[in-house]
Design a protein around this ligand. Structure first.
Ligand code: ADP
Ligand code: MG
Length: 260
């Protein structure tokens, strides 16, 4: 990834070749970072790309469940880990696939979490893939930094919600991106509105969105707005996001990923 001709500063293995690595980041948990990661992966796969998801949210892994991979266990290949593969061919590595019982809480300490993130890049046999999406740990703190120090991220998608302190979260993301020399591809506002079931009108239940103003302030693109949609939450819970995700979901975000 990174299109670098020079040898990468990041440790990797000779069974992995990810052409582009895209990190999905949020200010805190529960805003829909995993949903956006999963949705982008599904859409990229629908368009014929080969896709992996590195679930770097070690203590709150939700990608396997969302893709109907609950109960699966990752296998080893010599010293390497093999990603598990979803119904539609998305390769996934997650702490959830390594626990003895998937309902076990992940009580690992900082250094172990950092080690797991590194391993998910350097010791996982991703094979040749067009995209590796990284479901980031929530926030812009140490654990997020570990990701940027462990693998060659080419671009960042920031997910916010109208309940967030959007300007602060974007400021922190911009700061981190500059420090890590990684471009921010744009912003996605999740749970942005409720669509009126009768007329389809978009109702901003949390008040008018501040996203456009914040995007302008930092010269960033708005890549999409998602409604509060219970069918999506139900699909995630049922492990059926691949089947339930509407066609042409987040088209601008997809275009931004394809332009990396
Ligand atoms: P994060 O990864 O940021 O912690 P998730 O993607 O896991 O957040 O989303 C948190 C919860 O909210 C999940 O149960 C998910 O299914 C639900 N959710 C996320 N986005 C939406 C949405 N737009 N409409 C309805 N439910 C949503
Ligand atoms: Mg999550």
């Amino acid at each position: 990834a990174g299109g670098q001709a020079a040898p990468s500063q990041f440790e990797e293995n000779n069974l992995s070749e990810a052409k582009r690595v895209i990190a999905v980041l949020s200010g805190k948990g529960g805003v829909g970072k995993s949903l956006v990661t999963g949705a982008l992966a599904i859409e990229l796969a629908r368009r014929g790309h080969t896709v992996g998801i590195l679930d770097a949210d070690i203590t709150g892994p939700s990608i396997p469940k969302m893709l109907g991979m609950s109960g699966r266990r990752a296998h080893g290949l010599g010293k390497l880990l093999l990603p598990e593969i979803s119904t539609t061919g998305i390769k996934v590595m997650s702490s959830n696939l390594l626990l003895e019982h998937e309902t076990d809480p992940v009580l690992w300490r900082g250094p172990v979490i950092a080690g797991a993130i590194k391993q998910f890049w350097s010791d996982t046999s991703w094979g040749p893939i067009d995209y590796l999406l990284v479901d980031m740990p929530p926030g812009t703190g140490d654990v997020a930094l570990t990701v940027f120090q462990s693998l060659p991220v080419d671009g960042i998608v920031v997910v916010t919600s109208p309940q967030d302190l959007v300007s602060m979260i974007v400021a922190k993301a911009v700061n981190m991106a500059e420090k890590m020399h990684v471009p921010i591809l744009g912003l996605i506002e999740n749970m942005s509105y409720v669509a009126c079931p009768d007329c389809g009108k978009k109702i901003e239940v949390f008040g008018p969105s501040k996203l456009d103003a914040v995007a302008d302030e930092y010269g960033l693109k708005v890549l999409g707005r998602l409604p509060i949609d219970p069918t999506l939450a139900l699909a995630c819970d049922a492990g059926a996001l691949e089947e339930a995700l509407p066609q042409d979901f987040l088209p601008d975000a997809l275009a931004a990923c394809e332009a990396v």
